[in-house]
Ligand binder design. Sequence first.
Ligand code: FPP
Length: 240
Amino acid sequence: METNNLPKHVAIIMDGNGRWAESRNRNRTFGHKAGVEKTREIVESSAKLGIESLTLFAFSSENWSRPKDEVSYLMELFVLALKREVKMLNKNAVKLSFIGDTTQFSPKLQQSIFEAETQTCNNDGLLLNIAANYGGRWDIVNAVNQCLKAGKTKQELTESDIEANLATEGLPQLDLLIRTGGEKRISNFLIWQAAYAELYFSDKLWPDFDSVAYDKALSDYALRQRRFGQTSAQVKLKHK
Ligand code: FPP
């Protein structure tokens, strides 16, 4: 794999659990369980490669409208996974944080989140950010409201004001956004942060997206030329 040009910050829309299960005549929840296994594989792989930050879309603000049983199953699965995976996170020096409005979750899940974050807070390796009850528009509105609360109404807001109040504050700029499951959209994920990110779409359903598929995405990224609005010639000159 090309490790010269590794992205600092990767985000993933882990899509396709339901279809993966349905294609095996199983309940959608079976797909989510398999999805957790793949999440572990990709987290470990990211930590070993030396990626600085990985942000995973685990539950969107819109996911509450799924069937009640599926939502309850996902909540239980998160509690279970948080308890089980702390050991693996510590072994790989991964620091876990949640982004999104977690106040809407049950007290039990909020407690599990708090415990897992606390138990991994001294790790200095990969920053693993789980987006839960997260939406990109929510993030921007929340940032603006924070600015208003801080009394930033006397002058016009700048991009830096918004950046400093987004849920991803302090993380490296987003370099690569991956979506599995064949759809080609951002689905209200990191809409501000993705402004200059490279996009990579995989047809693989999330439970099939293994470390080999991940390496392929990273190699694809490594070969891209990021121009940030400049011309190709300007970029080449800068890297000479
Ligand atoms: C998308 O599949 C996945 C989700 C809604 C989120 C659930 C993610 C996991 C269980 C992975 C584990 C995450 C953590 C942090 C433990 P989908 O149901 O939308 O699939 P479909 O498009 O085939 O219906």
